[in-house]
Ligand binder design. Structure first.
Ligand code: TXA
Ligand code: MG
Length: 350
């Protein structure tokens, strides 16, 4: 397939590109587009054939449901049922933005889009290009992250091209995503709201609006084969680079010493990378790639760099990746959740 490539400036959106993208979606095609979190791979959420195509383009198991993106608050009630009051309170505070809410679905939403579930995940993104595209396409865009299944989510147009060129009809490139980690997911379809995936909207931010909040155990721990994570996507080894990731946890000096020892052992044998705080980067001169994640306190920078760094490790065929911990105050939960998944829960305590 020949993929059309377009650059769109979020400050001055070219409406002819939006019209072209919209007509591709209406005729059942797929378009990758920017959001404030990561790039999405969009199709018509109300067309079962489009959802099937999304699974195929990503190589994603079709029991893993898609998020439906809207760009008008009024459209929520057309696809969801039993919407609780707290949803409106959360929407008031965090929509448009990096929050996905799960509701009981109605019959307008095909089961292909929801991976066979009777619930639907809905998000109203804040990115102006995402909003213009959703409106041009008829209002309901099913979109997972625009990566090949199992690879880190794309946060730049180049990442999307690397995974999707030749597989979809169009790629809209609007430069790097602001946040760089996927949206927070909260399930509002049962009695107590439950966070299924941490993101930019932290548990503390959710509690500002909610009296009660549970967290799916799969967010923190490796769940056994008998426990089913609530978000089917959480059961797959996700966000995974090709190399083996080891997270090294402990006091700063001990962490640096441990990683230096490992680099000495690996040197000349396997290709190594270290994800390092700016302060420590000079300690890791023996690594083939030192990824400077920035200042430990600048959590927005760390979050926005993470997936690019993991992809660089793949590009350079890195086999062993050591990472310091990045337990920052607000975004730390989301950053560590993604890193722990990339590491397949391989954490060394020193
Ligand atoms: O920031 C984001 O959310 C990005 C951008 C493109 O909006 N999208 C994204 O989609 O991350 P995806 O498909 O990569 O991740 C969606 C996650 C999956 O883990 C999926 O299992 C879960 O949401 N999910 C979707 N619908 C669900 C539902 N009805 N019930 C439980 N989990 C659901
Ligand atoms: Mg994804």
């Amino acid at each position: 397939m020949n993929t059309i490539h377009k650059s769109v400036d979020p400050e001055s959106i070219d409406t002819s590109v939006m019209d072209e993208a919209g007509s591709i979606i209406r005729s059942g095609g797929l378009v990758a587009f920017p959001t404030e979190t990561v790039y999405g791979l969009g199709g018509d959420a109300l067309n079962p054939a489009s959802s099937r195509k999304i699974y195929e383009a990503k190589g994603r198991p079709s029991d893993n449901p898609l998020i439906v993106h809207i760009a008008d608050m009024g459209d929520l009630e057309k696809i969801a049922e039993d919407i609780p009051d707290v949803a409106y309170a959360l929407a008031d505070r965090y929509w448009p933005g990096p929050l996905t809410m799960i509701f009981k679905k109605n019959s307008v939403v095909p089961s292909e889009t929801t991976g066979g579930l009777d619930t639907v995940a809905v998000r109203f993104p804040s990115h102006p290009v995402a909003q213009a595209f959703i409106r041009a396409a008829g209002g309901y865009i099913a979109a997972p992250s625009a990566n090949i299944s199992g690879r880190p989510s794309p946060t730049t147009g180049d990442h999307v091209r690397a995974d999707m060129d030749g597989r979809i009809d169009m790629i809209i490139d609007s430069g790097p995503c602001d946040i760089g980690l996927e949206s927070t997911i909260i399930d509002l379809s049962s009695d107590v709201p439950m966070m299924l995936r941490p993101g930019f909207v932290s548990a503390d931010m959710l509690r500002e609006v909610l009296d009660e909040l549970d967290t799916d155990p799969a967010v923190y721990r490796e769940v056994g084969p008998d426990t089913k994570p609530k978000a089917p996507g959480m059961k797959y080894r996700h966000y995974a680079p090709k190399g083996k990731v080891t997270i090294v946890s402990g006091k700063k000096d001990d962490v640096v010493r441990y990683i230096r020892e490992k680099l000495d052992e690996d040197s000349g044998r396997v290709k190594t990378a270290v994800l390092s705080d700016s302060d420590d980067r000079e300690q890791y001169e023996r690594a083939d790639l030192v990824a400077d994640m920035g200042d430990r306190n600048d959590e927005a920078a760390i979050a926005s760099r993470l997936y690019d760094v993991l992809r660089k490790c793949d590009d350079e065929d890195i086999e062993e990746i050591y990472s310091e911990e990045f337990n920052t105050p607000q975004l730390g939960q989301a950053i560590m959740n993604r890193l722990i998944k990339a590491a397949g829960h391989n954490i060394v305590k020193v």
